[in-house]
Ligand binder design. Sequence first.
Ligand code: DP6
Length: 320
Amino acid sequence: MKNTARAHTNIALIKYWGKKDADLRLPLMSSISMTLDAFYTDTSLIIDTEDKKFILNGQEVTGQAANRVFAYVERLQKLFNVSGNFHVISDNHVPTAAGLASSSSAFAALAASFVKAYNLSISTKGLSILARLGSGSATRSVYGGFVKWNKGTNSSNSFAEVIEEKPQMDLRLLAVEVNVAEKKLSSTEGMKLAQTSPFFKPWIARNDEEIEQMETAIKNNDFTKLGQLAELSASEMHAINLAAQPGFTYFANETLEIIKLIQELRNNGLECYYTIDAGPNVKILCQKNSCSDIKKYVKNILPNVKIVEAGFGPGITYLY
Ligand code: DP6
């Protein structure tokens, strides 16, 4: 029997970057995101199979990535007192060009397919908690639109909720791919190291205020404020990394070039802002009527970059 769940990726506007409990993936801060329509993962969990397999985009995956998936499913099996070998069959519709981490959609879809495969009756809130155990950012991919992950104090009160499911705000995301073949420090490792930065604690202390300001910007349909706050949260996260002990950065030369371009675009009256995750790619936040001018401008100066456009996406859906 197939139980395919679809989850979309999300981009954090106020970043999650630090855990207080690594095993439960309890964050040190609340975060706010936008679920994206263009990028998603479809996952089916087939239970009671002969052996255990993880098939991604038609290819069997082994090693670390497969072990993370197996350990996660086994953890959920234990939690619900169910058993059996299984196949995880996933199709990732997150183009490499988008430079977006797929762990948010991957673990949200896997949690949802688990619930379906074992016919468990779980609320969406419960699903958000289960997704969190796989990857922090997956907590938010359970919902569409603008989503807030309340950090909570324990596993049962750290989950996401919708701020606006179908936002009216004119907001688009342009994912700009920067091509670098560097070894990537995973988010899990990066956020551990970030806590050695002297800027980490002061940043956490500002979290409540930043969350409140972002929620107000969303409520007021205030694109300018949203963009400014998102850009601030991203630059704080990356400044923290630079000052960690030892310091590190996800930026490539082109990352800085695009940041400068965004400042130039603003000076030329094309309003846009950046956000950047645990990689060199830049995501530009802008409004619909300026998307094509921004794309042209960036392409003119950096002709080799790929740009993928996205809008608001939905929460978990089941395909069949
Ligand atoms: C920079 O969710 O990938 O994208 O919980 O260790 O799996 P783990 O981390 P992950 O981290 C995402 C970090 C981020 C910011 C964000 O999405 O809030």
